[in-house]
Design a protein around this ligand. Structure first.
Ligand code: CMP
Length: 142
């Protein structure tokens, strides 16, 4: 088991619906540590880089449009196997198929407006982190 960092976004739909506290509290109660946290409004350039692996997908334009449609909350979470644990906690991409008990399973009924994003690998975390945070925004280990 390895202590890992992962990046989570509460997407514009989650912020608009007042779900920021609910999302953060689930991760805190699980025992994940918040190492960085902020609210931001992504630029088109940031969004295109953040989602660059999806550049050739038919939904890419809509994805960029949506993620830049309002403010988001970004956080770096740390814990044992954090990448896998957080992916389990957010559930399947399509809110209609996500298991009840997961964040998307409980709060989403759409594939696009699915409340949260989380890194799917260490490589994704590295890219996503660079798009959203500066190293100085991560608090020292505590
Ligand atoms: P996310 O985990 O942020 O990663 C990429 C996002 O693309 C995904 O959540 C969905 O919101 C979105 N996405 C994935 N597949 C589709 C699709 N078929 N149609 C629209 N959006 C999609």
């Amino acid at each position: 088991m390895a202590v890992e960092k992962t990046l989570v976004l509460v997407k514009p739909d989650g912020v608009r619906r007042g779900l920021v506290g609910e999302v953060i509290s689930r991760f805190e109660r699980k025992g994940l540590k918040i190492r960085a946290l902020k609210m931001l409004w992504m630029s088109r350039e940031q969004a295109e880089e953040f989602y660059s692996v999806h550049r050739d997908k038919p939904f890419f334009k809509d994805l960029v449009e949506f993620i830049t449609s309002g403010p988001i909350v970004a956080m770096v979470l740390e814990g044992d196997s954090a990448i896998e644990v957080v992916r389990l906690m957010i559930g399947a991409t399509d809110g209609r198929k996500a298991q009840p008990g997961t964040i998307r399973g409980d709060y989403a009924l759409s594939i696009q407006e699915n409340v949260v994003h989380a890194s799917d690998s260490r490589e994704s975390f590295e890219r996503e982190f660079r798009v959203v945070f500066r190293e100085e925004e991560v608090v020292p280990e505590y």
